[in-house]
Ligand binder design. Structure first.
Ligand code: COA
Length: 297
């Protein structure tokens, strides 16, 4: 049944960026079954929403998420296997299946707490920026379970084995700088710059051809589990698919703008898309006049 009114999630759209925020700040954005149902439907709808170019996942009140709601997701569902199954399906679907294969770029904007089950949406998104003082913790071992659903798997896939074992087995908290050091996030910034840095990254992504960006992120994800022969085949097919299905005709447009019009350098910027929305020259660089020279950045 479709959800008509969101209570545990807020959605705000601005300039192509859609901010999807968990909305239980009084519970540090711990994830209840209702929150999972709302996130699942929200992400499904935004994937085909024309106004949404980039999705940011965060949490209201300055908290990313304290993980699964220990009362509502776990304890209250212990004697209700049907409810538990339904909630778990929605929880896993939005945090992993949807985000991992999402057709639009996604960014996790992380602050406050990122605990336990929240590592699934952290690592399901394509990019993650965190406030330096964020508290990350794979706390499961501290209260008697292991990092379940896919948490152990996605953490083990994301970072070196010793880091995964250390933090999963000890449940020790770490901050944004450490999360950056071990590759759990892209970068950590001072808290006051978090939103601005998130917008900056989203804008860079919006300068790319959406079709090429979509194919590239799917490709980088999919080849991880393929061998070399499979990767050759998959990437060749994906490359052909872009040429057939890309409304920007990015390949020919890019070549024409570089080779014939001398309008840009792909090393530093994107080609200009038809609607003119993309490919603004990098800050401090003027659009290239014919035959002009650009120094390396
Ligand atoms: N599940 C259920 N409730 C949670 C929760 C969770 N994961 N995390 C926080 N809450 C609730 C608290 O019970 C409290 O509720 P109350 O106001 O009704 O008493 C409220 O959120 C605020 O939490 P509190 O502990 O007072 O806030 P804090 O800022 O001092 O500490 C945490 C925040 C996240 C460090 C702490 O709440 C905590 O350790 N939570 C458990 C996180 C966890 O292990 N998650 C893994 C789940 S997979």
């Amino acid at each position: 049944m479709a959800i008509t009114k969101l209570e545990c999630v807020t959605v705000e759209k601005q300039d192509g960026i859609t901010w999807v925020m968990l909305n239980r700040p009084e519970k540090r954005n711990a994830m209840s079954p209702q929150l999972h149902y709302e996130m699942d439907e929200t992400l499904r709808d935004l994937e085909t929403d024309p106004e949404t170019k980039v999705v940011v996942i965060g949490g209201n009140g300055g908290y990313f998420s304290a993980g699964q709601d220990l009362k509502m997701f776990f304890r209250e569902n212990e004697k209700n296997p049907a409810g538990r199954k339904r909630a778990a399906e929605a929880a896993n679907r939005w945090r992993w299946e949807r985000l991992y294969k999402y057709d639009k770029p996604t960014i996790a904007m992380v602050e406050g707490y990122c605990v336990g089950g929240a590592f699934m949406q952290l690592l399901g998104t394509d990019f993650a920026i965190a406030a330096e003082d964020t508290v990350f913790s794979l706390s499961e071992v501290n209260w008697g379970i292991l990092p379940g659903a896919l948490v152990s798997k996605v953490v083990a896939d994301a970072v070196l084995p010793r880091h995964a074992l250390y933090y999963c087995c000890l449940g020790e908290a770490f901050d944004g700088k450490e999360a950056e050091r071990i590759g759990m996030i892209n970068f950590a910034v001072p808290k006051k710059k978090l939103r601005a840095e998130t917008i900056k990254l989203a804008k860079k992504l919006m300068e790319k051809s959406p079709a090429v960006l979509r194919a590239t992120k799917h490709a980088v994800r999919q080849v991880r589990t393929m061998d070399f022969d499979q990767s050759y085949d998959y990437l060749a097919a994906k490359g052909q698919a872009i040429k057939v299905g890309d409304p920007e005709d990015s390949y020919n447009t890019g070549l024409k703008q570089f080779l014939d019009e001398k309008a840009y350098k792909p090393t530093f910027q994107s080609f200009k898309t038809k609607d003119g929305g993309a490919s603004k020259p990098a800050k401090g660089k003027k659009p290239l006049a014919k035959k002009s020279k650009v120094k390396s950045a």
